[in-house]
Design a protein. Sequence first.
Length: 142
Amino acid sequence: MSDSDLMKLYSQRILALAADIPHLGRLPAPAFSATRRAPLCGSTVTVDVCISDGKISAFSQEVKACALGQAAAAVLGAVVVGRSRVEILRARDQLSAMLKQDGPVPADPFGGYEVLISARDYPNRHASILLALNATLDAMPE
């Protein structure tokens, strides 16, 4: 990967998101928890949730990932409270399609994932980018 490719991939906006992840840490008494690991790079995300009326009422995340995985967790953390499992599933599927199939940016309130469009060309980073959404889905009852 050339220096210009790295600069494109790790834009200032991505780095700013990675430095300010909402809901970082662990909940003191979560109803559900899940951890996901990206096998290729070793990134991990652990998510704690509480659910009320089918929606996330409390959320926390412990993120040990590259800047792209951290930025993706930050986008999720900014909008996750109040979301249903169906909304999280839709966001994950739309983000995956954006990365892997040149699909559109996920629908609002998940439009912040637009910052990660430059990662389309780096399939080895896709699993890390999807970690927070996948861990959240794992933590939510069906």
